[in-house]
Every structure is written in C-alpha cells, then in structure tokens.
Write a protein that binds this ligand. Structure first.
Ligand code: PYC
Length: 312
C-alpha cells in the first residue's frame, strides 16, 4: 500500500493538490528533465493523484521537488487530468498559500523552479500571493482559424508559461450557465488549430483556449473563459492565461508597464495583473488569493482496480 501526503487548496475557485510526500524519485536534474521523467515513467502516479476516484478533471497537481538552486524555496512540476503543464499560475498561488499554511514559508518573496523557468512569489502571510511569472510574449496576432460549425475565428497566439489562443470576437455569452457551449466551442477552436498546423513560435502545441468578453462586475477590465488541455475549464482567471493576455495588451499598445489589469473569471473570481518590460517580452505579475481546503493521505492499494485512477 502506497501513501501520498497532499494538501488541497483553491485559487479563485480552481483547485490545486500539492503533493508533499510519497511522490516518485525524479533525481536531481533540472525541473524540465524531471518533468520528462515524470511524464515518461510515472504517468500512473499522475493519474492516481488527480483523476477520479481520488480527484477530478478540474484538479491540478503540484509535485514538490527539492530545488536545484538552493536559493529557491522548492521546485514544482504541475500536472492535470491528461498530462504535464509547463507552468500554472493559480497553482503557484495555491502552492504559496499551502506552504504558508504549513509554516514552511512566511510572508515575503520566495522563488520556485518550474520546468519553464524560475518564478518568484510575494506572499502576504495569509491568502494573497503575487507571482512574477516567466517572460511572456505575443507570438502572432489576428490569426484566422476555421472552426467547425462556426466559420472563421480570429485570435492571438501568446505564451504566458503555456501556449494560448486568445479570442475576443466570438459571439459567445461568457456566462457560467453556458459552460457546456463554451467548452464545445473552445474545443473546436483547438481542433482547428491542430488541423491548420498552428503552434507557438517554438513549435509548442497551443493547448489552452481563452475567450474574452465584458466583465460582469464594475471595476474589472474583462471576463474570460479558459479551456485547459484536458477539456476542463479554469474556474480562476488562469495565471498563465492572464499573463498571455497582458503580453497581448502590451504588444497592442493597450497596456503600459505597471498599469493594473483586473481579469475576471467565468465564476467571477479576479486576478490583478501588470507587466514590466524585458526586451521585446514582458514579465507579468499576477496577484490572486487562495484558501486551503483540506489535508489528506491518499492510499494506492494494488488490489484496488482503480489504484491508478480512471485514465482517458
Ligand atoms: O492558472 O496558469 C494557470 C492554469 C493553467 C491551467 C490551469 N490553471
């Protein structure tokens, strides 16, 4: 019987499960190397932790690892219902609040290694954390995609720690009551991107689709709907998605360095973001709040037919 220590939290409604102990030994390489080992050798562990019956499609896992750089508080590899993530903004906010809850970090600035670079997090000692994300950029603008059943849709391609296709002109209502339609529409955009061979400028798959519309709450700048790689929608405004949006706004001359953008999610939670310039890219900061929802020991019993989770 294998036991795994986890702490669950949510950031703006989007859950994160931090794995504190009981994870696979991924060696001492870079987080990118360890993620590759995780992906190729320990996929059953990923599925056991986040998929049903112990988790759900919406849950994002965060495997804590010893950092390479001793100046970092920890390394972290994020994963979901279908595989590995590059970075995860809501998950990093959840991680900081979780480590604070456990007394492992205090208020202040902490650095975390991820497979795509080091991010720093300013934690307030309670529920708020501000990530300074990896460099982000708009790779292409006004890209046309033929979407089955809908016709041509135009959007931007941007990196915010994951690859996003960002669409503002789509004719969809961004209401919680419409998430099934929004999911199907966004999934068809993703299929169209694959059909047309559209990728990020490093050849990476664009596996997150982000729709924008007017905010529902006064004081916010925009509302979004973000479809994640495993077809679950992000309950939070998505930290990497907000970063991609900030990069696009900056590239379009619609956001000045330091200017605050309030991104509202499909459930009404809000991240505040801003950028600083870094050559022809930007470094986005994203601030959000998280709450710990539980601490648990997961049991993986070899006699359990669903020991490895229900894999799609
Ligand atoms: O907050 O960056 C994020 C994220 C990615 C996937 C789910 N959440």
């Amino acid at each position: 019987m294998r036991s795994i220590q986890v702490v669950d939290s949510h950031t703006g409604g989007e859950p994160t499960r931090v794995v504190l102990a009981g994870g696979p030994d991924l060696g001492t390489g870079s987080m990118a190397d360890r993620r590759e080992l995780f992906r190729t050798r320990f996929d059953a562990f990923r599925s056991a932790v986040v998929n049903e019956p112990r988790g759900s499609d919406v849950l994002v896992g965060a495997l804590l690892c010893p950092p390479v750089d001793p100046d970092c508080a920890a390394g972290v590899i994020f994963f979901n219902n279908v595989g590995m993530l590059n970075m995860c903004g809501h998950g990093t906010i959840g991680l900081a609040v979780t480590l604070g809850h456990l007394g492992q970090i205090g208020a202040g600035v902490h650095r975390f290694e991820t497979p795509v670079g080091v991010v720093s997090v300013e934690y307030d000692g309670a529920h708020t954390a501000t990530i300074e994300n990896v460099p982000s950029w708009r790779a292409a603008t006004n890209v046309s995609v033929e979407v089955a059943g809908h016709g041509v849709v135009y959007g931007d391609i941007a990196w915010g720690g994951n690859w996003f296709f960002l669409v503002s002109d789509h004719g969809q209502a961004l209401d919680l009551a419409c998430v099934d339609e929004l999911t199907e529409f966004s999934w068809r955009i993703r299929e169209g991107l694959v059909r047309q061979g559209l990728t990020g400028d490093d050849g990476g798959e664009i596996d997150h689709i982000e729709l924008f519309g007017p905010p529902h709450a006064v004081g916010n700048d925009s509302r979004n709907f973000v479809l994640c790689p495993g077809k679950a929608y992000d309950r939070s405004p998505c930290g990497t998605g907000t970063s991609a949006k900030l990069a696009c706004l900056y590239a379009a001359g619609k956001l000045q360095p330091g200017e605050i953008w309030r991104q509202e999610s499909i459930v009404g939670s809000v991240f505040e973001g801003w950028v600083r310039e870094a050559g022809n890219r930007v470094i986005p900061s994203v601030r959000g709040t998280a709450w710990v929802t539980g601490e648990a020991t997961l049991w993986l019993d070899p006699t359990d037919p669903f020991e490895k989770g229900i894999r799609r």
